[in-house]
Design a protein around this ligand. Structure first.
Ligand code: SF4
Length: 359
């Protein structure tokens, strides 16, 4: 580990100069209020800027301020989050907006500890909001910054490991400049996203190449150290596409869990032999059964192998018309809050519907 005092200052100064000349200046949340900065920071967790921008724009068009977000239903919020993944982010954002409406009269809190207390906000996100929206002197440590600092300071070890993370926080605090903090924080984010990228870092254009430990010791591609390999658990599920004409059956998931609060297809977790049992249990008359191509959806912690089975039914069986279930026209279903694999399947069946064939 390294970075004597003279170089620490130089690191921040060079980043600020670089950001002003080469950084990103036209992101839609830049220079906006704390609500929009917060929203962008939450959307940008685990998601690239290019993906986030259209979601962000639709979101602020529908919920232009905290009051509007707090007044919305969770269903409406999740509809706007549909396809962005990591839905707990959307649910926490909504819960936080309601809390701000109640506790702070709809004004985004100004104190770091108050911000950190909100659902879904960790130390780095709270610091980024304070720095970008309120120009407070705060260090951040998101995924991009971890990569830049691990390389620049030559820190070996998996960056999510508590000890390594503590070392990185120490460096982030030490390197923090006294002035121009908002530009510096933006510079770190921009550098991680455009120069010091995971795959092909552009060290030739980097303002801190001269004293970057990884570059100087030819370890750029070894740092940051990869996550220790472990076997990713795999699960198998059957997704039922129960179709009555153009209508499809969707079931609402319980609020907790990976797809909590989203509309999903009936899911049988132990394999396809349970389809017959499901059909019999619910008194469903099937006029046609079609096996669609199986595919795999990868989550952070496991892989889900999905076998989709399309069942055409002449009538909607009463047993499955219960609270938490709904029959929707496929077009309406595609506009609902649904996870990505369900969306892919609905698009597939939409193309196969008779009216589409005729057109
Ligand atoms: Fe990253 Fe390369 Fe710059 Fe080092 S020199 S900080 S590895 S872009």
């Amino acid at each position: 580990m390294r970075a004597p005092r003279a170089i620490q200052k130089t690191f921040a100064t060079r980043l600020v100069v670089w950001q002003r000349a080469h950084g990103r200046h036209d992101l839609p949340w830049q220079g906006e209020d704390a609500y929009r900065v917060w929203l962008s920071e939450i959307m940008l967790q685990q998601t690239q800027v290019a993906t986030v921008i259209p979601y962000y724009q639709r979101f602020v068009a529908s919920f232009p301020d905290i009051a509007a977000l707090a007044a919305a239903t969770e269903e409406q919020v999740l509809e706007h989050w549909s396809g962005l993944g990591y839905y707990a982010r959307g649910r926490n954002l909504h819960r936080a907006a309601r809390l701000i409406a109640d506790k702070y009269h709809g004004e985004f809190p100004r104190e770091f500890e108050q911000i950190l207390d909100l659902p879904g906000i960790g130390r780095s996100t709270a610091a980024a909001i304070c720095a970008l929206a309120f120009h407070e002197r705060r260090a951040i440590l998101d995924g991009n910054v971890k990569r830049v600092l691990a390389r620049y300071c030559g820190i070996t070890g998996w960056t999510a490991d508590k000890k390594i993370e503590a070392l990185l926080w120490q460096q982030a605090e030490t390197l923090l400049p006294q002035r121009d903090v908002a530009v510096y924080i933006q510079a770190q984010m921009d550098m991680g996203a455009t120069l010091c990228t995971r795959g092909r870092p552009k060290c030739g254009q980097c303002p801190v190449q001269d004293d970057c430990a990884a570059f100087q010791t030819d370890r750029v591609h070894q740092l940051p150290t990869s996550r220790p390999r472990k076997v990713v658990p795999e699960r198998h599920s059957t997704f039922l596409l129960l179709m009555s004409g153009r209508d499809i059956l969707l079931e609402k998931r319980a609020p907790q869990g990976i797809w909590g609060g989203l509309w999903c297809l009936p899911q049988l977790d132990d394999g396809q032999d349970l389809v017959a049992d499901y059909v019999q249990r619910n008194g469903i008359v099937v006029s046609e059964r079609i096996e669609l191509d199986a595919f795999t959806h990868t989550f952070t912690h496991f892989k889900l192998h999905i076998t989709p089975v399309l069942l055409h039914v002449p009538h909607k069986p009463l047993q499955v018309q219960q609270a938490g279930s709904v029959w929707l026209d496929v077009e309406d279903a595609l506009r609902a809050a649904i996870p990505t694999p369900v969306r892919a399947l609905l698009k597939q069946v939409r193309h196969a519907l008779p009216s589409d064939r005729a057109s």
